[in-house]
Design a protein around this ligand. Structure first.
Ligand code: XMP
Ligand code: MG
Length: 181
């Protein structure tokens, strides 16, 4: 039913699973002997985060942050506010920020600035998708699942008007969904 609204599937469930296995192996290798704190950015990263952590063969802890842009939502003003902060102290911890997609880079840039003031031992970023063509603020992601073209994607945690987060694939919506026809 959900996929009826999709014009083009970009990544199948199998594609996504392969990416998660690859990222999980990299993180497992890089964090041997460590106990990283994985910070999922709500809400988009939750589906990715729950699958990714099961591909990591280490003791990890999880926590979540929710941030939102000020402004009208379509054109980001570049300012971001914290809606939900962490429950866990990051002091001395090895933290991995888990994002669904890095677009302009503003959200990640702001998060990094906040977290850098909190005396973590290390901060790395793992994003399922990267849209480098849209970058406004230069940000570095240590683990990138896939590079996506400059198109608005939904599914696997990503939404349009809070819908499609529970679709198992990632795709581009039919134009009539946006125009409401
Ligand atoms: P910035 O621009 O700060 O934004 O890097 C990152 C956040 O913007 C959302 N975003 C998308 N959401 N499909 C979505 O459903 C997209 O194609 C898309 N591009 C950006 C997303 O919440 C991300 O965390
Ligand atoms: Mg997001």
């Amino acid at each position: 039913m959900l996929e009826q609204d999709i014009e083009r599937i970009l990544y199948t469930r199998e594609d996504i699973q392969r990416v998660n296995e690859k990222l999980g192996k990299q993180i497992t290798a890089d964090y041997q002997g460590k106990n990283p704190l994985m910070i999922g950015i709500l809400k988009g990263a939750i589906v990715f985060m729950t699958d990714l952590i099961r591909e990591i063969d280490l003791h990890v802890e999880i926590d979540f942050m929710d941030v939102s842009s000020y402004g009208d939502g379509t054109i980001s003003s570049g300012e971001v506010k914290i809606i939900k902060d962490l429950d866990t102290s990051v002091q001395g911890r090895d933290i991995i920020i888990v994002e669904d997609i890095v677009d302009t880079g503003r959200t990640l840039n702001y998060l990094m600035a906040i977290l850098k003031t909190r005396q973590a031992n290390s901060i790395k970023v793992c994003t399922l998708m990267d849209k480098p063509s849209r970058r406004v603020v230069p940000v570095h992601s240590d683990y990138v699942g896939m590079e996506v073209p400059n198109e608005f994607v939904v599914g696997y945690g990503l939404d349009y008007a809070e819908r499609y987060r529970n679709m198992g694939t990632i795709g581009v919506l039919k134009p009539e969904i946006y125009s409401g026809k």
